[in-house]
Design a protein around this ligand. Structure first.
Ligand code: ZN
Length: 230
């Protein structure tokens, strides 16, 4: 952020023009130095935090937490994200927005239809393995374009160009189990990714010791709500 922008924000803060928690919490000085709330330490606490944030988002009551200079400074020294969200690349499903979180709160891993290969799985494993992150949420979503395109290609027996065919191949088992129904395929694919991650040799012992939960969810583009699948 440039100094100019910082100065402008300071002026706005002093004038009381910036909405949100900073001024309400006791003025700009205290707001900037405000310690963050305790990081959720267990899988269930982490899910509760994500669920609260999603409820705010769905109700058009987002508070945009942890998006101020104080949080930036705090997180610059150390990150302690409490969840990994594995979601689709879709422009309408940015995890930080749909769970109303901010800097340092979650790790996000995104691929088409949240498909995983060894490289993506390694990125997912980083949080639990290195940062003790207690929750992984795999998030599918309504009207997923990647799943829809894969379903069409599989139905017609068509080959997609470039690396797109890799995505189609990966989604074939979900297509077969869903018998071609796209919305069922989205949900089945999400639960299959959860199962694949749970079976991984690095994550399985953490799941068994209950230090980690791997859950699946479905995001509705229409309502903004995330519902748990597994
Ligand atoms: Zn998608």
């Amino acid at each position: 952020m440039s100094e100019k922008i910082v100065d402008r924000r300071a002026v706005l803060l002093a004038a009381g023009l910036v909405a949100g928690g900073v001024l309400l919490d006791g003025g700009p000085a205290r707001g900037l130095a405000r310690p963050s709330a305790r990081r959720p330490a267990t899988p269930d606490e982490a899910w509760a935090k994500l669920r609260e944030g999603n409820r705010r988002w769905a109700a058009d009551a987002s508070t945009h937490p942890h998006q101020d200079l104080g949080r930036r400074a705090e997180a610059a020294r150390k990150q302690e994200p409490y969840a990994v969200v594995v979601s689709c690349i879709d422009s309408r499903v940015p995890p930080e927005i749909v769970f109303d979180v901010g800097i340092g709160d979650i790790l996000t891993v995104r691929s088409a239809a949240q498909t995983i290969d060894p490289l993506v799985a390694g990125a997912v494993e980083y949080g639990p393995a290195e940062l003790d992150t207690p929750l992984i949420m795999v998030l599918g979503h309504q009207r997923c374009g990647a799943v829809t395109a894969a379903a069409h290609a599989l139905k017609k027996g068509a080959k997609l160009p470039g690396h797109l065919q890799r995505i189609v191949d990966d989604l074939r088992p979900a297509y077969e189990r869903a018998r071609g129904d796209v919305d069922r395929m989205i949900r089945i694919n999400t639960t299959m990714v959860v199962a694949d991650l749970k079976a991984g040799e690095l994550l399985a012992p953490r799941v068994a010791r209950r230090k980690l939960k791997i859950v699946g969810g479905y995001y509705s583009l229409d309502t903004g709500k995330v519902t748990r699948l597994v």
